[in-house]
Design a protein around this ligand. Structure first.
Ligand code: PYC
Length: 315
């Protein structure tokens, strides 16, 4: 029998418009041990908690969940498991900024430098006020350059495959990057992802390329580029996507188009922005730093009453 969760305390934030639901109490008991094992335990035994937090009626498709757990490394302020409407994420950039803002709001951290344990490694972030956060992401790199994929309706699409904490296919946008083209952008990105899967194009060790990122000219004069990021569960990222911006920096660095320490202003499809920069990190890899702001917009205590036909969400 599935556990019915009650008194699940969350702090909701948005980072450049992209929501993060930070679970601060009442989540599943995942025991101790390496974080990746706890993610597998959650996947196996408590996946209904992910659905309860993210899917309707309590959540929505854009939302990313961030379950705070005890870190295995005592130097970390927390460990975090990120998840969305489809699955679990190794890392989430906007989510990290949201977690930092939520922890500050809850009085759990002060401005300064902190370490956070994620399923893909420990990262460092700097809280420079109540809302502004910079984080040093995991080492990021380009795996494939200028590969071609045939996509129904789009023809041959060329792009790069890069890792920024998640796997991305990055390409020039086939459509204008405006909200009025959202439906077509979503379809195009999904078709590209399907074609990559069909052709067996993957990340390292056969990992699925589950994010597709389109680029075009920025609207703001001081920004370098505008993007549209298609997420694994079919939602688009309202923020410029922290892991996606990291993947972009890795491609720029590999092409010699951005020098170490130089800022890159990435604008999202809704006009919110991250500032990225990088330092070299071993052969062919970079260490990206991403800066953005997050705001708390609510605190909530979720319950599932006996008899609720959708205690764990819809879908
Ligand atoms: O900011 O890294 C990110 C992200 C991944 C998926 C949605 N946002």
């Amino acid at each position: 029998m599935m556990q019915l969760f009650e008194n699940v305390k969350v702090i909701d934030t948005h980072t450049g418009g992209e929501p993060t639901r930070v679970v601060v109490a009442g989540g599943p008991d995942l025991g101790n041990g390496p974080l990746i094992e706890r993610v597998r335990r959650m996947q196996r035994d408590s996946d209904h908690f992910r659905r309860m937090m993210i899917t309707e009626p309590r959540g929505n498709e854009a939302m990313v969940g961030a379950l705070l757990c005890e870190p295995t490394d005592p130097d970390c302020v927390a460990a975090v498991i990120f998840f969305n409407n489809r699955d679990y994420l190794g890392m989430c950039g906007h989510g990290t900024i949201g977690v930092a803002a939520a922890m500050a709001y809850a009085g759990r951290i002060e401005p300064g430098v902190h370490r956070l344990e994620t399923p893909v490694g420990v990262i460092t972030f700097r809280l420079t006020g109540a809302n502004q956060v910079s984080f040093d992401n995991v080492p990021s790199y380009r795996l494939h350059h200028d590969i071609a994929v045939d996509v129904d309706g789009l023809g041959t699409v060329r792009g790069d495959v890069a890792w920024g904490g998640n796997w991305f296919f990055l390409t020039a946008s086939p459509l204008p990057l405006s909200l009025s083209h959202l439906r077509e952008l979503n379809h195009a990105a999904q078709d590209i992802r399907d074609a990559l899967r069909r052709d067996g194009v993957s990340g390292v060790a056969g990992a699925e390329i589950d994010h597709v990122e389109f680029f075009g000219a920025a609207q703001a004069e001081d920004a370098d580029s505008r993007n549209f990021v298609y997420c694994p569960g079919g939602a688009y990222d309202r923020s410029p996507c922290g892991t996606g911006t990291s993947a972009k920096l890795a491609c720029l660095a590999a092409d010699g188009k951005l020098k170490p320490g130089e800022p890159w202003i990435q604008e999202s499809i809704i006009g919110s922005r991250f500032v990225g920069s990088y330092e070299p990190s071993g052969p062919g890899a970079i260490l990206p730093t991403i800066t953005g702001t997050a705001y708390v917009y609510g605190e909530c205590c979720f319950v599932a009453q006996v008899g609720d036909p959708f205690p764990h969400g819809i879908g």
